[in-house]
Design a protein around this ligand. Sequence first.
Ligand code: HEM
Length: 487
Amino acid sequence: LNQLLFPKKNEPPMVFHWFPIIGNAVTYGMEPYKFFDYCREKYGDVFTFVMLGKKMVVYLGPSGNDFIFNAKHADACAEEAYKHLTTPVFGEGVIFDCPNERLMEQKKFAKAALTREAFQRYVPIITKEFNDYMLSSPTMLGGDKSKQTGVTPLMQAMPELTIFTASHCLQGEEVRSQFDTSFAQLYTDLDHGFTPLNFVFPHLPLPSYRKRDEAQRKISRLYQDIIEKRRKNNDIQDRDLIDALMKNGTYRDGVKMTDKEIANLNIGILMGGQHTSSSTLSWMFLHLGAQPELQDKLYEELCNAVGGDPNEIPLTYEHLANMPLHAYTVRETLRTHSPLHTIMRKVMRPMFTPDKKYVIPAGHYLLAAPGVPMRDSRYFADPEKFDPYRWDVTKYSSDGSGDEKIDYGYGLVSKGANSPYLPFGAGRHRCIGEQFAYVQISTVIANMVRCFKWTLPEGQFAVPEPDYSSMIALPPPPATIQWVRRM
Ligand code: HEM
């Protein structure tokens, strides 16, 4: 208690709290950005708060991002912060349940399913899934295909659409078809293993925990059966992530990934993209619902890119390259509603902040909040405003080169870890799914504007405030939009 109330002099300032163990868990958990803003005003960019007995050192701003994302693995470790949450869900031997060098190689193996050639195959798959979903899903049309107007709960529709499109692209038809069966429920059970409760208590004798573990075993088994079948039939091609890992999954030291590890990595990667992408889609549709004139601009861009009626000319990956407003809209959604508000590492050896002002003791946790600079007026003018055009570098750059590394009035946006814009993180744990997410989300939005026009529900004039009570910043359900068919 003494240490909590009177921190050592060279440690970052401690945020005041009334209750010793609980600390600031409630304020942080409910409104993380308000909490960060408040603390920054009072203590500066670096401060420590107590969350359920853990000491969390927050380092805000681009320098904080750089410090945390680029920390040496021996100093600040992701697996020690996350593995108790992720291992029961993803399974053994992958992501954080293995040495970090293994994860680095797993990410490299997986990239073979995230190439340009792969994206060329994925765009028509995503469109097909979109068409099937919009026409047949009870969530969208209530089972009535002739329906001309309707109301859709995004918080139900977007997770469904995301898992259908991502599983079909990344894991092939065999896995995709399972989502039309009771298998879908297994993924739901597994997903329930990703809550703040699981983060605090990884193992409890509760039915949801038992279901999580059973779902993990069954899903992993199903993938292993597919892997065995493909191997037996000599049917290993370049279709998806399963093929990519079967082909490339040999570590530098000659050790091969086991079938179980290939299965579990497939689970981990599918789930890594699930809530991040589906929440981005939901937020994007809400913002576009609040600004329907942007939908018309997107539709216009789509027609120009395909060179005619998009109902007649199918969208391709090449078309997407000529649809910058679609990309800006995704980018702006990720700026205003970055799915991950908190990224953590466990400190393994005492670390000095770059200015040597503070030392962060081993055993503390580092907390990066890349969303903070993304909504800071020092980097993004009028940060509250949803304005995809702010990303139009040709509009703002002096030379119109479109080089992303130039300062165009909204701050220096680059891929380095000290950029104010890092929705996909940086450094060794950086996301491998960024391009896939852009392809998936842009393709869905293009199809959506091709078929529909929509608004927020009657009487709702603004995009709702996020709900932070899960691990992802989500729109409060049901998050509906009201649509009519585009004629
Ligand atoms: C890592 C965000 C989609 C797979 C990350 C990280 C962030 C992030 C911030 C870094 C986490 C950290 O440093 O601890 C997002 C967002 C997405 C998205 C905003 C969508 C809008 C995807 C997709 C996939 C994916 C579609 C898979 C195809 C991964 C993987 C990692 C990762 C494998 C690496 C984990 C590690 O090295 O520790 N993502 N992601 N993500 N993401 Fe994504």
